[in-house]
Design a protein around this ligand. Structure first.
Ligand code: PRT
Ligand code: ZN
Length: 302
């Protein structure tokens, strides 16, 4: 069995400069990683963990992870899907793995046509010239529907293809929809919902590296859980306990403590794995809760 190189430091590929950069570095910082930047500014050296960050173009991340230059990578599902299709077409049998989805980089890969063009999905795709930076995803979508169309590859500025007369429609990433609007295009169907994800090499890791990898993954899960979580403390009449605990969003087994000097009142402490909104507090109050406190959770390890 091939195991990852002799270097015992974990390498993570992160986008150098773009939409995912700040979120990716923030995630690693929240996992406790402190780092210094190399002179070439292409590598961040972990100071308190054997983890280094390679700053690269997002399109290169899957192959760096696939080829074991990096052990982990943070990249959008759109790139993961396009690269996986390319690697499979090249006959790769063991592909990099997707470890977990992250909570940033949300967008969708959608078809769009010039405003006012009649369109019925998917039949209207037949015979069209479709401009995209995701030729394999589009080709797979066409094949899935048994349709034939011409895929025109654009590496950027896909939205200008119809006005240049290079394509009848496009397939591109959309988040707010403003870019499509500015180019008089209309979104008609979504091919892929995307967000950033963590991927790992298909190569087995040596024991030391594996241990650090597991530690880091556990911390990442912790960071993801914490972002939405709140710690809630309140007083409740014992008789209303069932109703009150049912109102706590996403909480398992709250701690119930008797309040000194009272028979009928208890203190309830719970971690809520969803945000606690004012509406929830108002419902809790109506159910009899009082002295409610909602606190942010800083770290969590299950
Ligand atoms: O230089 P490098 O190759 O690393 O960067 P890049 O220019 O290829 O990528 P970048 O930074 O633009 O995006 C990185 C990743 O962010 C993408 O692969 C997606 O996973 C994710 N993402 C999230 C987006 C968007 N939202 C997004 N809106 N990537 C691109 N866009 C573009 C889209 O292509 C279109 O041009 O934004 C425009 C549409 O945005 P709206 O808000 O007007 O709809
Ligand atoms: Zn890119």
């Amino acid at each position: 069995m091939k195991t990852s190189g002799t270097d015992e430091r974990i390498k993570i590929a992160v986008q150098k400069s773009g939409r995912l950069t700040e979120h990716s570095m923030d995630l690693l910082t929240r996992c406790g990683l402190s780092y210094s930047r190399g002179k070439d500014r292409l590598i961040c050296y972990g100071e308190n963990m054997p983890i280094d960050v390679l700053l690269v173009r997002d399109d290169d991340i899957p192959s760096l992870v696939q080829e074991d230059v990096c052990d982990l990578g943070i990249v959008g599902l759109n790139i993961i899907e396009e690269c996986s299709l390319a690697m499979r077409a090249d006959g790769e049998t063991r592909l990099f793995e997707r470890v977990t989805s992250l909570d940033f980089g949300q967008c969708r890969l959608s078809f769009a046509v010039p405003r006012g063009t009649p369109y019925q999905h998917p039949d209207s795709l037949a015979g069209k010239r479709i401009a995209t930076s995701y030729p394999r995803i589009v080709a797979a979508h066409l094949a899935q529907h048994g349709l034939d169309a011409k895929v025109v590859v654009f590496s950027g500025a896909v939205e200008i293809a119809p006005s240049l007369g290079r394509a009848d429609m496009i397939c591109d990433l959309v988040s707010s929809g403003e870019t499509l609007k500015a180019h008089d295009l209309q979104e008609v169907a979504t091919v892929l919902e995307s967000r950033a994800a963590l991927i790992r090499t298909p190569i087995e890791l040596g024991p030391e590296k594996l241990q650090w990898m597991q530690r880091l993954l556990q911390r990442i899960e912790g960071v993801l859980q914490v972002k939405e979580s709140k710690y809630i403390m309140l007083h409740a009449p014992r008789a209303a306990l069932k109703e009150i605990t049912a109102l706590l969003p996403g909480s398992e087994a709250p701690t119930i403590m008797t309040l000194e000097g009272t028979e009928d009142k208890v203190a309830v402490h719970a971690v809520c794995r969803e945000n606690v909104f004012w509406e929830t507090l108002e419902q809790l109050k109506e159910a009899g809760a009082s002295s409610m406190l909602v606190l942010p959770v800083e770290k969590m390890l299950s």
